[in-house]
Design a protein around this ligand. Structure first.
Ligand code: CA
Length: 639
């Protein structure tokens, strides 16, 4: 429930300054010809005056604007989540509705939520006379970071390139600590979320993304840096195989999605932010009590050749031996096993107390994917029939792969798949896809999205293995900070191949891999373990992997720097898991402050590739000194 507290004031001052509940964060709104907003934290600039407004097909709301009204009140809410950083979230924000009018007396409102460490805003358009719908031709929305800011951002790829012409799918290398005027790799700007390090006059961190994107809009991104501004951009015309317009449309009255800006003097508010979920609502009720958990998947190491009945039996047995809830049967099962024998395989899995996820391609007429099943998720008639079959067989979820970018028709497809799946009690994982934008709360059967250079790349290239530690130290601050990340990781094999003397070499230690199970968050984790790990991996690792949870009641950032190291803690019930990894080339000396372990004896997993677990006592004040070798990590668990 959202509580609207006593309105603070009703005014139309220009400029106007609105402060967050604790007064530290301030947004200044000003309209001279064009509307702008700027953000300060403790009076230090975090975002300089940046453009607001949009151009609709029936009117220009970006220039010639005049402020006609401004209303401010306070909103507060507490809500439950079962698949992200925290199980109970409370927020309080100053809520401002700024009404503007253009020269033709057409109205637009900009609605702001100003909380202590984040700002969210969206545009609202009323009905315009007889006009009951809008095409948004362009958003003026921009982000002007202070001079000297450096960037931790991921370039948008070309469209209709890569494997079977499936890009963009948010699978590019990050640019780390780069100057803002460095050109993007492909000339198409950057995908959300985008992290910025403000260096002067006061150090700060700014994470920009968006939320509340559903079938009524497209996914957006940031442009290249031009004239001091990153501008919000719509999808590229080539996406979705050139079908569908770039410009989103919705019915009036209606709103755009929320643009979100998380701000801190440290990285703590970035890692812990809940702004992707605060201002969105569930769009339907869960049809059943969805259960999250752990899974195995043969494809990640045994690849396409393992998608046959006998190898899947081995993985079902493996999941059962680990006490895992799920097995994920990946691409080509329709050809290599077939629907009929799949029914037997599902029965076998159930006999072992293991539930099944099945892979599908999203396509469709938007790429060249051959691996099946194809043409089952793109069409509502066939999709509903297929999902009814899955429901009859007791399948618990689907992994849908190879989407077509961010245009509105693709966002509509995500929503239709989720909605139909819920009608049949199915959970949904997306791969080859866009990032979630509030979907953990909006869609009760949504599990997670890839939208990252995920574990498959460690199998594909040695370069990815060489960069594994570095990339691990980016995701908690960027990609995984705004939503579930279906990474499919944690390898315990030294070489990543079905045959023991083939494949890329893993550069991280075993304990590093264990730490990723806590650092990476997704409510179902399909781990990259292989059946022989039960006998060839250290027993201490296998025992850990049997008990590690995948859902969390609390998430706390402890220490770190993007690309270098990260230390964070998550709580499941009364158990805290603290994980740390070091991506630098040197041993990392840390003086940690661990309030959750004050004066307690905890289990410490350490020792790199000779892992062990031993009890350690944390001092009464919670201070703990440790040195972590390069490419290594540690995990501490409440006893
Ligand atoms: Ca992928």
């Amino acid at each position: 429930m959202t509580l609207a507290l006593v309105p603070l004031s009703v005014m139309a001052e220009n400029p106007t300054v609105v402060k967050s509940p604790n007064g530290a964060l301030a947004v200044k709104l000003e309209c001279t010809e064009s509307p702008t907003y700027s953000i300060t934290l403790n009076d230090a600039p975090m975002l300089d005056a940046s453009p607001l407004g949009l151009v609709a097909n029936f009117g220009d709301f970006s220039r010639g604007m005049k402020v006609t009204d401004c209303k401010i009140d306070t909103v507060a809410d507490t809500y439950a989540m079962n698949r992200s950083k925290a199980s109970s979230v409370s927020y309080k924000a100053t809520h401002l509705v700024w009404t503007l009018e253009n020269a033709n007396k057409q109205q637009m409102q900009v609605e702001f939520m100003v909380a202590d460490n984040d700002v969210a805003f969206r545009y609202f358009l009323p009905k315009d006379g007889e006009t009951g719908s809008v095409r948004v031709m362009d958003e003026a929305t921009g982000f002007r970071l202070p001079e000297g800011t450096t960037t931790f951002i991921c370039p948008q790829s070309d469209a209709m390139v890569g494997w079977k012409r499936t890009k963009p799918s948010y699978e590019e290398d990050y640019v780390i600590d780069a100057p803002m005027d460095q050109k993007s790799q492909f000339g198409h700007g950057y995908t959300f979320p985008c992290l910025f390090h403000v260096n002067a006059p006061t150090e700060g961190w700014v994470l920009i993304s968006e939320t509340g994107v559903d079938s009524r809009y497209c996914g957006s991104r940031l442009s290249d840096y031009q004239d001091g501004v990153y501008k919000l951009e719509f999808p590229m015309p080539e996406e979705f195989n050139g079908n569908g317009t770039v410009e989103p449309a919705f019915a009036l009255p209606g709103s755009t999605p929320w643009r979100t800006i998380t701000v801190g003097n440290t990285l703590k508010p970035i890692v812990e932010t809940t702004v992707p979920w605060n201002y969105v609502k569930p769009l339907y009720d869960a049809s059943t009590d969805y259960q999250f958990g752990r899974g195995t998947w043969s494809w990640i190491v045994w690849q396409d050749g393992s998608i046959n009945y006998d190898d899947q039996v081995k993985y079902i047995d493996f999941s059962a031996a680990m006490g895992y809830e799920y097995v994920l049967i990946d691409n080509w099962w329709d050809t290599n096993i077939g629907h009929e024998r799949m029914e037997d395989l599902i029965k076998y899995a159930h006999s072992k107390n293991v539930d099944v996820f099945l892979w599908y391609s999203s396509s469709g007429y938007w790429n060249d994917i051959e691996q099946g099943p194809i043409s089952r998720m793109d069409n509502s008639i066939i999709r509903k029939k297929e999902m009814r079959w899955m429901k009859e067989q007791g399948v618990k979820g689907i992994k849908v792969d190879f989407f077509a970018g961010d245009k509105q028709p693709t966002i509509q497809l995500y929503e239709e798949i989720l909605s139909d799946a819920n009608d049949n009690g199915l959970m949904v994982i997306f791969h080859g896809c866009t990032i979630p934008r509030g979907w953990e709360r909006m869609y009760p059967n949504y599990v997670g999205s890839e939208a990252v250079l995920a574990s498959e790349n460690l199998y594909f290239t040695q370069r990815s293995c060489d960069m594994e530690a570095l990339n691990t130290c980016l995701h908690p601050f960027i990609r995984n900070a705004i939503g579930c990340m279906e990474f499919g990781g944690c390898f315990l094999s030294r070489r990543l191949h079905r045959e023991p003397n083939k494949g890329n070499y893993r550069k991280t230690t075993d304990v590093f891999e264990l730490a990723t199970t806590v650092l990476f968050q997704n409510p179902i984790q399909n781990f990259a373990l292989v059946p022989n790990n039960i006998s060839d991996a250290p027993a201490v690792c296998i025992d850990y992997m049997k008990q590690v949870p995948t859902t969390w009641d609390e998430t706390v950032f402890i220490d770190g720097y993007p690309g270098k190291y990260v230390v964070m803690a998550r709580r499941n019930g009364d158990k805290w898991y603290l994980a740390a990894v070091n991506a630098t080339g040197e041993p990392l000396k840390l003086n940690l402050d661990l309030p959750m372990f004050k004066g307690r004896e905890v289990q410490l997993y350490s020792g790199g590739n000779n892992p062990s677990v031993a009890p350690v006592k944390v001092k009464a004040k919670g201070l703990y000194k440790v040195t972590i070798p390069s490419q290594d990590g540690m995990v501490m668990v409440t006893k």
